[in-house]
Design a protein around this ligand. Structure first.
Ligand code: KG4
Length: 331
């Protein structure tokens, strides 16, 4: 069979990224231009500034990705941009650029759902991984348990009813004075603390999540006692959210009988969460198998988008140039 090279474009939030992937699994290049230092001083992503910076970066990043893969645009088979969910202005930059490339070099355009991309990060890290499996999707905008039935077939079993888990990490970091983006900073500080502080958990009959209660509880504990040990507070927060994740994952395992679990999204870079999932085998069931993307593939990157784009393409999906950005796109 002929090799297929996909050129992925990601611009849904604060990373401008372009990647070239061979046959959905092999990264030839994955250039990521992050805007974190730009947004840091505002304590979070400013959508208008993100869009402007994507515009400035997109041509340069694309050129770098082609050079790093030692390829020309003519050698690419498919152009696969993220078209949602995300910030609409940011999405439109990558999508419009992808449409222009597709038109200019006469290559098919295949839109990719950003969440599907996060799931596909696992296919790059583990060439042997195939559906079906359960995916715990944890990012700045989403928290879901997904039954991955096929490469392009998904059922959402549970989702957050309020904040995403990454939002909660970022908020906790801001409250205790760690800055943006908070997740990695909470991760680091928690390693010096002990989970000694009781924090509330919200339970639902199904596999839905709620993180706003625990977020508010951390804010209250900190405001009532500003002298509290911040490392202990971060460690307690991480332990409690991990327990919430694992309770729902165990429900999903019981419901579906599927014991293969893949983590996805920026928060799956968290060292405490990674260890807790690796321990599931010892704690619950020796048949549980856990996959987690390489750290650099957990957060936003175009490699995962190019991988998901490959699977969409080989299933026969192509899009017209009318394809629009959908900020609240569902899986
Ligand atoms: O997947 P991602 O890069 O962007 C979205 O698609 O949303 O996720 C970003 C989120 C942020 O909330 C960030 O704080 C969090 O992932 N994050 C972490 C860690 N690294 C990134 N959260 C906890 N621990 C980490 N090590």
């Amino acid at each position: 069979m002929k090799d297929i090279y996909t050129l992925g474009i990601e611009s849904s939030c604060d990373e401008t990224s372009v990647a070239i992937v061979k046959n959905g699994r092999e990264i030839l290049s994955n250039v990521i231009d992050t805007q974190i230092p730009i947004h840091e001083k505002y304590g979070g992503v400013v959508p208008e500034i993100a869009s402007r910076n994507h515009i400035e970066a997109i041509s340069r990043v694309t050129k770098k990705a082609l050079e790093a893969a030692n390829m020309t645009l003519e050698q690419i088979d498919v152009i696969t941009p993220t078209y949602g969910p995300g910030l609409v202005g940011a999405l439109l930059v990558g999508l419009s650029y992808a449409k222009a490339l597709s038109f200019a070099v006469n290559k098919p355009l295949v839109g990719v759902n950003h969440i599907q991309g996060h799931i596909a990060a696992n296919y790059i890290t583990y060439p042997e991984l195939e559906p079906p499996f359960l995916c715990v999707m944890m990012s700045g905008g989403n928290t879901q348990i997904i039954q991955v039935k096929g490469y392009t077939e998904f059922e959402v079993l549970g989702k957050t009813r309020d904040d995403a888990i990454g939002e909660a990490f970022d908020k906790v970091a801001r409250v205790v004075g760690l800055g943006y983006p908070g997740g990695p900073k909470v991760d680091k500080l928690a390693q010096e603390g002990k989970p000694t502080i009781d924090l509330p958990k919200t339970h639902f009959e199904n596999m839905d999540f709620s993180f706003s209660g625990i977020k508010t509880a951390v804010i209250n504990v900190h405001h009532k006692n500003p002298e509290i040990n911040k490392a202990d507070l971060c460690a307690s927060f991480e332990k409690t959210v991990t327990e919430i994740l694992i309770e729902n994952v165990m429900k999903a395992i019981r419901l579906t009988g599927i014991k293969t679990i893949a983590l996805a999204g920026g928060v799956s870079a968290n060292s405490y969460i990674r260890k807790a999932f690796l321990d599931l085998k010892q704690v619950y069931d020796e048949n549980i198998k856990v996959y987690m993307p390489d750290l650099k593939l957990c957060t936003d990157n175009a490699g995962m988008i190019a991988s998901a784009g490959y699977y969409n393409f080989i299933q026969g999906k192509t899009d017209e140039l009318e394809l629009n950005a959908i900020p609240n796109l569902k899986l």
